[in-house]
Design a binder for this molecule. Sequence first.
Ligand code: 5GP
Length: 205
Amino acid sequence: MCWAVALLKCCAHTFTMAGLLVVISSPSGGGKDSVINALLKQFAGSSRFVTTTSRPPRPGNQEGVDYHFLSSSEFVKKIEQGEFIEYNFYAGHYYGTEAKRLKKALAQSPLVLTQIEVNGKHNLDKAGIPHLAVFLLPESLAVLKHRIEERGGVSKTDLAERLAIAEKEIAASGDYNCRIVNAEGKLAETIKKIAKIISEHLANN
Ligand code: 5GP
């Protein structure tokens, strides 16, 4: 498949994809932000795609930087208006990729990095949106639990729900292009592996 120019019709959205879309997924607390931030520094002209959510901002979260934050009713209205290429209800909140924003990002950048969860990746597949998909595996669920606790902003119930979802996400990630263990203290190695996979795709397509 040619990543360079793909003209797609999906959900009444026509896409001229100039850039490569890379999906980075992991269970909550799996290190997606750190990986994406490092990749942004390595690939000239790359950009991080900002998705949309009805989850309230966590301490330090910024509108338009971490997410586009909407109320639940605003989000539902956008669903009804067909504005999402994919969306999911996760741990009590909506998360989704807005078609217009993605179209613009792919037209402007040779490499667009987005962090969506497993159902979102599978919905991109159903919609026929080409992408390279990388799943970050935790060393163990105990390490993951510790990372989510350290990040803060989640209740005990929310933590338990996110860990239960994590197990299902790991089980459902078998069809990703690659799955990489993002071990504690080994971020540089993880980045190196992902950067190699992206470079190979950019060179061969
Ligand atoms: P968090 O609340 O921790 O920021 O995100 C919860 C989960 O939602 C994470 O796995 C994150 O990758 C995922 N997520 C963020 N944006 C989107 C999106 O637009 N679509 C989907 N399907 N998942 C998303």
